[in-house]
Design a protein around this ligand. Sequence first.
Ligand code: C5P
Length: 239
Amino acid sequence: MNAPRRRKPVVAIDGPAGAGKSTVTRKVAERLGYLIVDTGALYRVVALAAERAGVSAEDETRVTALADALVAENAVQLRRGADGASQVLLRGQDVSLSIRAQGVGQGASKVSAFPGVRDALLDLQRAQGREGGVVLEGRDIGTVVFPDAEAKFYLTASVDVRAQRRRDELAARGTPPTLAEVLSEVTERDRRDSTRPVAPLRQAEDALLVDSSSLSIEQVVEQIVASVKSVERKLAPTP
Ligand code: C5P
């Protein structure tokens, strides 16, 4: 991929499930006036579309064909909601809530291991970030989608902290599973995401590691914003 000359950086925030990426991404983007691209939402939409079509998330051939068709039909759209969070549309219908179901998360982790599905979604992600001034959150943004991103972060936390946060988030939506259930789901997703042969979850060599286990959201946001601002200054044309 040619490295375009951007005036504002592409910010990549990768990390495992429950590390706080969505909240941090939203706040960082707000502070910087950047757009948000939640790439996990794209894999979730594929999993949801498969579920609705009665296709098993383990059926590589059919799931890949489905992902290709969704992209060809321009059936998946990301847009910014009134609250600043990103919204996801599937064939014009807002599925932002439906894709957050636990089963869809597991499905997303399965379908995202298929190389054809990753390929289908790659250009979509690159098109969203090309101009810069955007924060992309995911698992392989700094390693695969935008290896030339000017600001990369790997956001993580201990598995216990991540499971607790995930449970709190689900409880706030009214469906609290037990901590043991969430812990096993997070562990399983971590295992699948980091051991798949294509674009596994890992820290890019030039990414800044941010361990949020004992940091507040605000402290994490502060650290990332300060780092992106220093990149912005380097990209700004000298008078
Ligand atoms: O971030 P989120 O939990 O919404 O992601 C759902 C799943 O999508 C992840 O478990 C991961 O398997 C997959 N994913 C991915 N690459 C990305 C973003 C998400 O493989 N860039």
